[in-house]
Design a protein. Sequence first.
Length: 83
Amino acid sequence: METASMPGFVKTILWIIAIYYIFKFLARLFLPVVAKKVVEKAAQQFQQQQQQYQEQQQAQTSKAEKPKEKKIVGDYIDFEEIK
């Protein structure tokens, strides 16, 4: 069984710090690009939803514009009740 040594501990701490700063540097490089792509995709989806909504509204208004034909059954006769 090996025991922990001070140089091994320091080496591990230095690796952790190096990985942290490398990750931080890469995040500063790539995070704005990734965020921009996410925002563009969200805007595109919003635009598609808006377009679909407008198409549905136009379809509903075109249906509403056509008047329904009324069937003429007969004349209305007003009557009075006789007692």
